[in-house]
Design a protein around this ligand. Structure first.
Ligand SMILES: [Zn+2]
Length: 186
């Protein structure tokens, strides 16, 4: 499957000159909700995520995108899903999810950039055995230090630039603000 074409056709892969919430600039941006809003489209990623998954008792994802994916994957696998929600700077499992010590867990997420939300999700899980993580798109560029295996449907590194090093600034391209759920943290 040509996942890049799929993203382009859905308007999920933007090219231009973007200001990210981190303050960094980039020449490409993945608008993940163009996929998450479309169950038929998301299904194409979910099918591949399923192939990359191991048998578990729980699929756990960080809100909001990871939670949607966790639900879908768990539905097909016939297991339970849990959602790791923001709690200050970290994440927390609320809602009384009864994950037992002997339960096997898979972590899922939409876009992997620095693995921050996956790390926070792992920290929020107090019981069970985390076997690995599967993400829809891995757009990271550097080395990510994790002690569980991470698989991705699409590996699509996107370079971020500091303002002073940004080649797009040097070309004088106008800047568009993107990212961070439009400033909201959920
Ligand atoms: Zn720039």
């Amino acid at each position: 499957m040509d996942y890049i074409k799929l993203l382009e056709d859905a308007g999920a892969l933007l090219r231009g000159h973007f200001l990210l919430t981190s303050g960094l600039h980039s020449g490409r941006y993945i608008e993940k909700f163009r996929i998450l809003e479309n169950p038929r489209l998301l299904e194409k990623f979910i099918q591949r995520m399923l192939e990359l998954s191991v048998d578990v008792d729980w699929v756990v994802g960080p809100t909001l995108g990871g939670a949607i994916i966790a639900f879908e994957l768990a539905r097909i696998m016939g297991v339970k899903s849990a959602y790791s929600e923001r709690d200050g700077e970290g994440r927390i499992l609320r809602r009384g999810f009864d994950i037992k010590e002997e339960d096997a867990i898979l972590i899922v997420d939409d876009i992997l950039t620095t693995a921050g939300s996956i790390k926070d999700t792992i920290k929020s899980i107090e019981h069970g055995k985390i076997l690995g993580a599967v993400v829809m798109i891995d757009r990271s560029t550097g080395y990510i230090d994790m002690d569980i295996p991470i698989h991705s449907v699409l590996r699509y590194p996107i370079e971020n630039y500091r303002v002073e090093d940004c080649p797009l600034c040097k070309q004088g391209l106008s800047l568009t603000k993107r990212g961070g759920s439009n400033g909201q943290r959920i």
